[in-house]
Write a protein that binds this ligand. Structure first.
Ligand SMILES: O=c1ccn([C@@H]2O[C@H](COP(=O)(O)O)[C@@H](O)[C@H]2O)c(=O)[nH]1
Length: 305
């Protein structure tokens, strides 16, 4: 089996797209006409929730499939519905995987090593059950938080090596308060630069045949200056770039995120795609999401070519 970075590159070339559709759907943002179509008064609220959440996101995936290299599932939007949400997440992950999309779990997980191992078993690897190993999810990659240091990251890196999976470590995030900690200076370096140096180290043993590491960085689209610095430290890592559109990140700035081959990034867009019906065709959310994903893909391609 190919390394994660090689599979990603293969898919990017095939799709001519570095766009990732972010599945961040809340039930209250699903259009009324769609809810009415599926809501069954004979069923419980929870059963209706599960059906509608799955059916809406499934159609979004169908609609954008042609324009995206993968999908990123934001854990929070499934966790808010407790284990019912996770049941839907599991089905959607399989659905996207069957369409040969790259599937990312955005859980920003981390903990002490024994707990981190549990997370990694769940999302990248296998969980021991009665002497057997069970694979619960089929994600290709996960996002992690580096705050606990190397021992909290090692279980994920080991599973990346073993199962040819990918990791995106938060290095410089897109949110307004990212500077609170990430921009602290330690001697002559920003904290995010020190984290990037660690990401380089953690990914040294999982380099694919195309020369890219399977351990990448999350770098917010709102942070072009930081992106230039991080690219110097991580010349052969993929950046997962969230924050274009609603958060203010500009597609034109993506030229500061790419590597010397104009590669090395995947760019997430969530709300602009899943709720595109609010800006495009109100009565047809699938068409709207298709049009939005096509337009975002084309503008990204123009900005980085
Ligand atoms: O620095 C970060 C890290 C993760 N995210 C996640 O990406 C999406 C962005 O959603 P949009 O609707 O396209 O703004 C969301 O899931 C965040 O949790 C991020 O935005 N910034």
């Amino acid at each position: 089996m190919l390394n994660f970075s090689d599979r990603l590159i293969e898919s990017i070339k095939k799709k001519n797209s570095v766009l990732i559709a972010g599945i961040d759907t809340s039930i209250e943002n699903i259009p009324d006409y769609f809810i009415k179509r599926f809501y069954d008064k004979e069923k419980s609220e929870i059963d209706n929730l599960k059906t509608i959440l799955f059916e809406y996101n499934r159609r979004i995936i169908d609609a954008v499939e042609e324009n995206v290299v993968g999908v990123k599932f934001q854990a929070a939007f499934f966790e808010q519905y407790s284990y019912h949400g996770f049941e839907v997440l599991h089905k959607l992950c399989e659905y996207a995987k069957n369409k040969k999309l790259v599937v990312i779990f955005d859980g920003k997980r981390n903990d002490i090593s024994s707990s981190a191992k549990g997370y990694s078993n769940a999302y990248l690897g296998e969980t021991p059950v009665f002497g057997k190993k069970i694979r619960f999810f089929e994600f290709d990659a996960i996002t992690t938080n580096p705050y606990l240091g190397q021992d909290g990251i090692k279980p994920f890196v080991e599973d990346c090596e073993r199962f040819k999976k990918g990791l995106f470590v938060l290095v410089k995030t897109s949110n307004p308060s990212s500077a609170d900690f990430q921009d602290l200076m330690i001697e002559d370096k920003y904290l995010f630069e020190l984290v990037a140096e660690k990401v380089y180290e953690w990914g040294k043993n999982c380099i694919g045949k195309e020369g890219y590491s399977d351990v990448g960085a999350v770098v917010g689209a709102t942070q072009p200056e930081a992106a230039k610095r991080i690219r110097e430290i991580l010349p052969n890592s993929f950046f997962l770039v969230p924050g274009i559109g609603v958060q203010g990140g500009k597609v034109e700035d993506l030229k500061y995120f790419v590597d010397n081959n104009n590669m090395g990034i995947i760019v997430n867009s969530s709300r602009d795609i899943i709720y595109a019906y609010k800006n495009y065709v109100h009565s047809d959310f699938e068409k709207s999401s298709y049009l939005a994903s096509k337009s975002i893909k084309e503008s990204i391609n123009a900005a980085i070519s």
